[in-house]
Design a protein around this ligand. Structure first.
Ligand code: PLP
Length: 385
């Protein structure tokens, strides 16, 4: 793509940090991991960070450490990335989907009471697109029913909810560092928690089930190799030093988009701020006019792609995926999720996106919307399908 959907921001200092690890004999479980864990834990405002090989691995370990197993239920939004649902299935637990708030696109806390049962063990709350979820309301319900709260903060590093770092507010939080994320390690993730016992278990689980007191060939738990190499951690440490600069750059890009998009009628912008908190701009996702269909959105996406402009449909609801067919008998009505998912469009979004590129993307989007609107007006089927 001429203007890609996302692009990592790698500096010479980042490259040097990775190369310097290669000049040492320590390529895994070393000082860079310890440093990276401390930096991310600090951003989340908790004492423990456990570096893992991906955000997905982190989510899986949270569920393992909580002892979530077959027959247990985990509540989560359907409007999210597949990894959250998959982590529940890895443990043979049952995903229970709840609908989202149409403005924040986060799990709607008002719907939790009606889906909680005695089998509910955890609420997996996603900070969608880096917008902090309403954690106080979610924690109120969770504490009342004695269920754990796991924050999927994979898209939300550095975001703040009521002055506190996301990821560190629930029982456990998980960050992701895939290259489309604001902070990247190539591949990687981090579990954060204030709970020492959970932290110790997760450290053991990620390292083949070796607890702190175990020798290299002693395995107290059924564990995994979910370790993150020193090379990845070194990149993470270097990137975390620029966290506030990166977040500011992304916010500036988001504000520029907001300004340019004002002139396109019918396009709903994402929320641009949160009271008492801070967004982490992960992607810039707009919503197309309510009368447009999924086929209209896909036609717009195709037109942008043909012009070399990367764009994406974020997200495809989990309950509509073949993998989750057997869980598509929701206790909650998921109509907001379905309506939103058909109309969302992610535009190119990364730190170094220029004003000229933003203007081009917005101009092309405006033309594409216009073409679809004209087609709709001339077609009795009211869709480009
Ligand atoms: C909300 C959410 N959860 C989990 C993940 C999984 O992270 P990873 O790709 O590092 O496994 C992602 C990654 O895109 C995500 O966006």
């Amino acid at each position: 793509m001429r203007i890609p959907l996302s692009a990592p921001d790698i500096t010479d200092a980042d490259i040097e940090a990775v190369v310097s690890v290669l000049r040492t004999p320590r390529l895994s479980i070393g000082p860079r991991m310890v440093e990276f864990e401390a930096a991310v834990a600090e951003a989340a405002g908790v004492p423990h960070g456990i570096a893992v090989s991906s955000g997905t691995a982190g989510l899986h370990l949270c569920l393992c450490a909580l002892g979530i197993d077959k027959g247990d239920e985990v509540i989560l939004p359907s409007f999210t990335f597949i990894a959250a649902g998959n982590a529940v299935l890895y443990q043979r637990a049952t995903p229970v989907f709840v609908d989202i708030d149409p403005t924040t696109l986060n799990l709607d806390p008002g719907r939790l009471e009606k889906v909680i049962t005695p089998r509910t063990r955890a609420i997996l709350v996603v900070h969608t697109f880096g917008h902090p979820a309403d954690l106080d309301s979610i924690l109120d319900v969770a504490r009342k029913h004695g269920v754990a709260v796991i924050e999927d903060a994979c898209e939300a590093i550095g975001a703040k909810y009521r002055g506190r770092g996301v990821g560190g507010i629930g029982d456990l939080g998980v960050f992701g560092f895939y290259p489309n994320k604001p902070i990247t390690t190539g591949e990687g993730g981090m579990v954060v928690t204030g709970d020492s016992r959970l932290a110790e278990t997760i450290r053991g689980l990620r390292n083949q089930g070796r607890m702190a007191s175990d020798g290299w060939l002693d395995h107290s738990l059924l564990g995994y190799n979910y370790r993150l190499s020193e090379l990845n951690c070194a990149l993470g440490v270097a990137q975390m030093k620029r966290l506030s600069v990166i977040l500011e750059a992304r916010e500036a890009v988001a504000m520029r988009y907001a300004k340019e998009l004002q002139s396109i009628p019918g396009v709903t912008l994402p929320l641009l701020a949160i009271e008492g908190g801070r967004l982490c701009w992960f992607v810039f996702v707009v919503r197309l006019p309510a009368e447009f269909t999924r086929a209209d959105r896909d036609a717009i996406c195709e037109q942008l792609t043909e012009q070399g402009i990367g764009c994406g449909r974020y997200f495809a609801p989990l309950h509509l995926q073949p993998l989750f067919a057997e869980y598509n008998n929701p206790r909650d009505d998921l109509s907001i999720t379905e309506h939103v998912a058909d109309r969302t469009l992610a535009l190119p979004f990364f730190n170094c996106l220029t004003d000229a590129q933003i203007a081009e993307v917005c101009g092309s989007l405006k033309d594409a919307i216009q073409r679809v609107a004209e087609h709709r007006a001339n077609s009795p089927a009211s869709s480009v399908a």
